[in-house]
Ligand binder design. Structure first.
Ligand code: BES
Ligand code: MN
Ligand code: ZN
Length: 492
């Protein structure tokens, strides 16, 4: 897909298709008034005729409209002006893009400004939405799927508009990559496959990649991670990526992504109904890989480290058992109450490992608990954070990125008591009692390096859509890239 930012008036633009948005109350924007005049009242007449065109997402295509330089004019309904928000914007723009197979689409950005949103914001999302229009069945094929050119029409092509466009483009590509990896079958997307994906980023400037094999993981002392990995013939990998885009002494931002390439539950085997969905248990890893890739490609002036513990959770003869007591890299012993609470065991060792880099912030991303979906549904990612500043910047980024989060509690005495063990320092999960997502976060909190800002994103209900035609969503790539982009700006 090719993009172009242009400041030409709507009446002059040469393209196959021109997309404009029209509000239900018929109020024309400034740019639309000019278009209306050039077309002798096409838009105002349309807006007045409610039998013909009114609702949100109604689409009308005019072939060879008089007075314009385009082969078709596509008008899409934006609904009532007072209801026009991020969601309506996204849906209407997607509908308009899908309405035509045309190879060169121009869109008038200024007609689509939601309340409180800027030209920059709209440009960013239009680039993202255009790139993520088709499912990335084969990553190499994403661009071939849609060889179209998209022209974004703005009033001024400023540096901030360009910057917003680059971010939107980066998010679009990264979302496609995360979706692609998430959708791969578990016999293809193995821990070593994820390692190869990571190694492919080595060609980018400032990037170094180490893929630790089982022996190396043992040497590091990641016993909790290894306990989980032991249940499968497929060997684990601990993937470590460094991107040095910032100053030498800038503390890095560290990401940890859950890379369970298939979660059968281990000896506490899952029921067959939805077990196939557990190929998505590496969506945290997919997010972290795609975000890392995008940062290095954008040359963000930050130091970033990505850590991915990748393995399967299977019930082999050598698998870890309920009632086992295992060691962790941090030295805490853990009694296994449930082998299906494996995510926190692989994550905790990677989090401990991050301490050696003294990160400025540690952000972990994991499809950790079914309970987060019970608490929040599939709209909000569960956010657990120990630092109000980090909480604020993440919430702002989530709002800008249309990638929502909701903060949940953890670490209170109540949650801590749920992890008590008679035989070890703690258990990996508690007896039934609800709040499973908070209990899991409370477990992880024990492994946050001292004095470190930490955020945990539980994406079990937002990283993929289950059911009949399951697919990965690419969340929370948008949130994290937007946050990093804002961090980079704050730094500059
Ligand atoms: N990978 C699952 C979490 C999950 C559940 C992701 C549903 C996506 C959809 C995780 O490893 C798991 O099995 N968690 C258990 C924890 C429980 C045993 C304390 C769960 O949520 O049931
Ligand atoms: Mn599990
Ligand atoms: Zn899992």
């Amino acid at each position: 897909m090719k993009f172009e930012i242009s400041t030409k008036p709507l009446t002059d633009i040469k393209a196959q298709s021109l997309i404009v948005g029209l509000f239900e109350d018929g109020q024309l924007t400034e740019t639309e008034v000019a278009l209306d005049m050039a077309t002798k009242g096409l838009l105002s007449e349309l807006a007045a005729d409610k039998t013909f065109f009114s609702k949100e997402n109604d689409v009308i295509r005019f072939h060879r409209p008089d007075g314009l330089n385009v082969s078709e004019l596509i008008v899409v309904g934006l609904g009532k002006i007072e209801n026009f928000d991020d969601t309506v914007f996204e849906k209407a723009f997607q509908t308009a893009l899908a309405a035509t197979p045309s190879q060169h689409v121009a869109v008038s950005v200024l007609d689509w400004l939601a309340v409180g949103r800027t030209v920059e914001w709209t440009v960013m999302h239009m680039a993202r939405l255009a790139l993520t229009q088709h499912e990335p069945i084969k990553l190499e094929k994403v661009n071939e799927n849609s060889p179209r050119k998209v022209t974004l029409l703005v009033n001024k092509n400023t540096e901030t508009v360009k910057d917003a466009f680059y971010l939107g483009e980066a998010i679009g590509h990264a979302v496609n990559e995360a979706k692609y990896l998430g959708n791969l079958p578990p016999n293809v997307c193995t821990p070593s496959y994820l390692g190869e994906v990571a190694k492919s980023y080595k060609k980018l400037k400032g990037v170094t990649v180490t893929v630790h094999d089982e022996k190396a993981i043992e040497k590091i002392g990641m016993h909790a991670f290894l306990a989980v990995a032991r249940g499968s013939e497929v060997k684990p990998r601990f993937i470590e990526l460094h991107y040095a885009g910032g100053k030498k002494n800038d503390a890095p931002i560290c990401f940890v992504g859950k890379g369970i390439t298939f979660d059968a539950g281990g000896i506490c085997l899952k029921a067959k109904q939805r077990i196939a969905e557990m190929k998505y248990d590496m969506c945290g890893a997919a997010t972290v890989l795609a975000v890392f890739h995008a940062c290095a490609s954008m040359k963000l002036p930050l130091n970033i480290i990505a850590l991915i513990p990748a393995c399967e959770n299977l019930p082999d003869g050598n698998a870890y058992r309920p009632a086992d007591v295992i060691d962790t890299l941090a030295g805490l012993t853990v009694e296994i109450a449930n082998t299906d609470a494996e995510g926190r065991l692989v994550m905790c060792d990677a989090m401990t490992y991050s301490a050696r880099f003294e990160p400025e912030a540690l952000i972990d991303v994991a499809t950790l608990t079914g309970a987060v979906g019970t608490a929040l549904g599939d709209h909000f990612t569960g956010l657990f954070v120990n630092d109000p500043m980090l909480c604020g910047t993440l919430e702002t980024a989530a709002d800008v990125a249309i990638d929502p989060v909701w903060t949940l509690p953890f670490n209170g005495a109540h949650f801590k008591s749920r992890l008590k063990s008679n035989i070890a320092d703690c258990a990996n999960t508690g007896p039934a009692g609800g709040a499973g997502a908070s209990v899991a976060a409370t477990f992880l909190a024990q492994f946050v390096p001292e004095d470190t800002s930490w955020a945990h994103l539980d994406i079990a209900a937002t990283a993929y859509v289950g059911g009949k035609l399951p697919h990965s969503t690419g969340r929370p790539v948008g949130l994290l890239l937007t946050w990093l982009h804002q961090m980079a700006h704050a730094r500059a």
